[in-house]
Unconditional design. Structure first.
Length: 292
């Protein structure tokens, strides 16, 4: 018995659209990756090689860009002379600390808003997220005054609290959508079996794990890349990598080699983290997007 084959024909318009999309994505990829490639390669160059110019008649400059003797002196000087190991540890502590506090408190608050029903619930939820909409500069002066009176300026706990101030509303807003998608029948079954409300909450946490993990990554990313809070609230004993990198630019000199190396040290951990959990990050962010 002969089988029928379905032949699909692609119109010229569809083919042209696909080619344009491929070209656009290729150009966007080059536009995005090129600065990181320049930063990475320049971090292993000596100052004279970094500013070398192409020969007369050579317009691309690619040959000069990759023609150099690799050196790691910029990295070693950052950790031996500029104390970057301490700043790296500070960045890890404040980022992870803020993520843990924000997720712990945000998950409980989001669960309460998701399962409870009271008057003005929508107004309370909007008020919570509106605190995240306020510009950081608008609240920096009063926050600094409060932190100075509490002797939290220049401390790791103070910087964690400052990041939590803006990460917590974001956590409540995101995590509420995840809990809304978890069937309430699971909690009812747990409470019928004798679990308390807290026990039922712990029962459904694994179901919202992708969303919680996605927010943990976002929270760490926001805190890791922050400059304003770190330069004002964390000035002194809680200096982080972005602030330490900014100090490489002085009125008398700009240490380009060390700046490129510091940029690699600052961006590489977050890049690796995003690549390792990119699958779970997309799953977590889309989990609460559609309400079933």
């Amino acid at each position: 018995m002969a089988t029928l084959e379905v032949v699909r024909y692609r119109s010229r318009t569809r083919t042209l659209v696909d080619i344009c999309c491929a070209v656009f994505l290729g150009l966007f990829l080059v536009w995005t990756i090129t600065p990181f490639v320049i930063m990475l390669v320049s971090s292993f160059k000596d100052l004279l090689e970094a500013f070398a110019l192409p020969a007369i008649g050579e317009f691309s400059g690619i040959g000069v860009f990759f023609d150099f003797t690799p050196t790691v002196k910029h990295y070693t000087e950052l950790f031996t002379e500029r104390n970057f190991s301490e700043y790296f540890i500070n960045s890890v502590l404040v980022s992870c600390g803020s993520a843990i506090v924000s997720v712990t408190l945000g998950a409980m608050a989001a669960y309460a808003l998701s399962r409870s029903d009271f008057r003005a619930k929508d107004h309370v939820f909007f008020w919570i997220i509106s605190t995240r909409m306020a510009p950081v500069v608008a609240v920096m002066v009063p926050l600094y005054a409060i932190f100075r009176n509490l002797e939290l300026v220049g401390t790791i706990p103070g910087l964690i609290l400052a990041y939590t101030t803006f990460n917590l509303p974001f956590a409540i807003w995101i995590l509420k959508g995840f809990f809304d998608n978890v069937p309430y029948a699971i909690e009812e079954a747990a409470m019928v079996d004798g679990r308390s409300r807290l026990g039922a909450f712990m029962e459904i946490l694994p179901l919202a794990a992708p969303g919680i993990g996605a927010f943990v990554v976002l929270c760490i990313l926001f805190s890791w890349n922050d400059f304003l809070f770190a330069s004002i609230i964390g000035s002194g004993g809680a200096k982080t990598l972005p602030v330490a990198t900014r100090e490489l630019v002085t009125p008398t000199s700009i240490q380009w080699g060390k700046i490129m190396a510091a940029g690699v040290i600052t961006s590489l951990p977050m890049t690796l983290l995003g690549l390792l959990i990119r699958k779970y990050l997309v799953t977590g962010l889309t989990m609460g997007a559609v309400k079933e």
